[in-house]
Design a protein around this ligand. Structure first.
Ligand code: FES
Length: 334
């Protein structure tokens, strides 16, 4: 027994056990077994190719219908299933190849300087050559090619899915036009009830959507562009340029809710200062001065929606916005 405080030299006490004796695998001993494993691995890579093709086909055959959560679920389920099987099959095939067919010798490597000597480099090249020979990468052509095919095919679902994320129209045109047009009523979000000018008391704020938005099939996309914030100020506090003088109604102004920085909803209104704050990166817009930027990374004012009232006293748009809504980035190509 070792008493406390007694130093023990571990290297003397425990000899290096070295590597356990190498046990040959069945595939090392029996070429038929090796061929069987080769077929199995090739099959896995074929399965992976089929799964990738299945994912692409499912994505096309089961499109997502806006507003239909059932179609979202089935599309995601089949797409995910295809991609998961494709990647699992590649992983299974690659691991099995290395375990069952590649050389399994134990090696000890000593540390060297970063750049090896010429002999070392020549030896490294030799090791690569031997590795290639022992793994059969050049020799087992069918299996190698199916693996390469599986790897290439596994990228296809990503290409197809990401391609669909890109807008099919010119993004500037997409953001330049919203569903607002002459005489569209301003309605409460989300109820869709119209708003009378007399409902908007001094200092109050309304989150607004255009009338009829809820009936559109691409409602969410259109809402993302057409959302508006309605505020009433004392008309004497409004500083309007001559060309915008008739864009407001008795101190009521309407501005796009989409931040001109990167598009977050601007929804925090400070009544006393007339400042609108974007919660994402703290841009601030001064509603009393045509929503100009007074702080933060946004580079241009919020676009204003020209409004007036109809015969029944309901607030209506005079037209669409006069500039693209959303991030300033898009405006640069105008
Ligand atoms: S998105 Fe509004 S400040 Fe960045």
């Amino acid at each position: 027994m070792v008493s406390p405080g007694t130093a023990v030299v571990v290297s003397d006490a425990i000899p290096n056990p070295g590597f356990p004796p190498e046990r040959p695998r069945v595939t090392d001993l029996d070429p038929k077994k090796a061929t069987g494993q080769e077929r199995r691995i090739t099959l896995m890579f074929f399965v992976s190719i089929l799964a990738s093709v299945f994912a692409v086909a499912a994505y096309i055959a089961f499109p997502i219908t806006p507003g239909d959560m059932g179609s979202v679920r089935i599309s995601n389920l089949l797409l995910g299933l295809g991609i998961a099987i494709a990647l699992l099959a590649i992983g299974y095939g690659a691991v099995h190849w290395s375990k069952a067919l590649m050389s399994g010798h134990d090696l000890v490597e000593m540390r060297h300087e970063t750049r090896g000597s010429d002999e070392t480099r020549a030896r490294a090249a030799e090791i690569f050559r031997l590795g290639n020979e022992e793994s059969g990468f050049s020799r087992r052509v069918v299996m190698r090619n199916t693996m390469i095919g599986a790897l290439i095919a596994s990228i296809l679902p990503a290409i197809v899915v990401f391609r669909d994320l890109a807008p099919r129209q010119d993004p500037v045109q997409l953001l330049k036009h919203t569903v607002w047009k002459k005489n569209t009523r301003l309605t409460r979000d989300p109820e869709g009830t119209p708003i009378k000018a007399s409902d908007v008391t001094l200092g109050s704020v309304f989150h607004v959507i255009p009338e009829g938005l809820n009936e559109l099939t691409d409602r969410l996309e259109e809402k993302a562009k057409a959302a508006v914030l309605l505020v009433r100020l004392d008309p004497s506090e409004l500083h309007e340029s001559p060309e915008r003088r008739n864009w407001s109604y008795d101190g009521i102004v309407a501005y796009s809710k989409i931040c001109t920085h990167v598009g977050c909803p601007v929804a925090l209104y400070e009544q006393h200062t007339h400042h609108l704050l974007c919660p994402c990166h703290q841009s601030q817009f001064d509603i009393s001065h045509e929503a100009r930027v007074i702080f933060g990374p946004a580079k241009r004012p919020l676009p204003q929606l020209p409004i007036t009232v109809d015969d029944e006293g309901y607030l209506v748009a005079q037209s669409d916005f006069h500039e693209p809504v959303g991030p300033s980035f898009w405006e640069r190509s105008l």
